[in-house]
Design a protein around this ligand. Structure first.
Ligand code: GLU
Length: 198
């Protein structure tokens, strides 16, 4: 388990997220990524290696948005690859999830979702979450997350956003650490205090 954080407010989330990820580096990790929603586009940039390496690959000037998620991964399910790095999308590239922890019953959920036609792009336990939320989604992300969580067992801290409802970040936790920070016209969440202290 490594780190997650998220931001929603009036400022560009990208530098805030990259800065926050660097504050979580002390925990050790193998890959990093960020997701941003800007108007009708939801963008994920991620790769193996350090935040600094991933940062070099991200065209900071072209990435801009006032809501976003970030993750540094300590792989538990699936090898250290770009595909397995977080954040993860659903099939439609509309719902985005970052996760710390382990989904214990992911194999059964994955088999059920594949039968329903979902296409997976990673080997992670985490990727079942955005697809399961997609399965329940009918225009209400909070309701869809609540329904999905009834089917999931394991430890998790989750950050969830969707480009269909770009005015909210959903956070949930079970066993894994998660804190919420309130700023001026902005909200933060993170797996540990240093990420949002500034
Ligand atoms: N179990 C997830 C994975 O292997 C999350 C790992 C983490 O907490 O960083 O991708």
């Amino acid at each position: 388990m490594c780190g997650i954080l998220g931001y929603i407010g009036n400022e560009n989330a990208v530098p805030i997220l990259i800065n926050g990820l660097k504050k979580l580096e002390y925990r050790g990790y193998d890959s990093a990524g960020i997701a941003i929603i800007n108007g009708n586009s939801a963008i994920i940039e991620k790769d193996i290696g350090k935040v600094e390496d991933v940062e070099k690959k991200i065209a900071l000037n072209s990435m801009n948005g006032t809501i976003g998620l970030a993750h540094c991964r300590w792989a538990t399910h699936g090898s250290v690859t770009k595909e397995n790095a977080h954040p993860h999308f659903d099939c439609k590239n509309e719902i985005i999830v970052v996760h710390n922890g382990i989904i214990e019953n992911y194999q059964q959920i994955k088999e059920m979702l594949i039968k329903k036609g979902h296409k997976f792009t990673s080997e992670t336990d985490t990727e079942v979450i955005p697809h399961l939320i997609e399965e329940h989604y009918q225009g209400d992300i909070v309701g869809a997350v609540k329904s999905a969580l009834k089917e999931i067992t394991g430890s998790y801290a989750l950050g969830i956003i969707t480009k269909n409802e770009p005015d909210k970040i959903i956070v949930v936790k079970n066993e894994s650490p998660l804190i919420i920070g309130k700023g001026n016209n902005s909200m933060f969440f993170a797996s540990d205090v240093p990420a949002i202290l500034e």
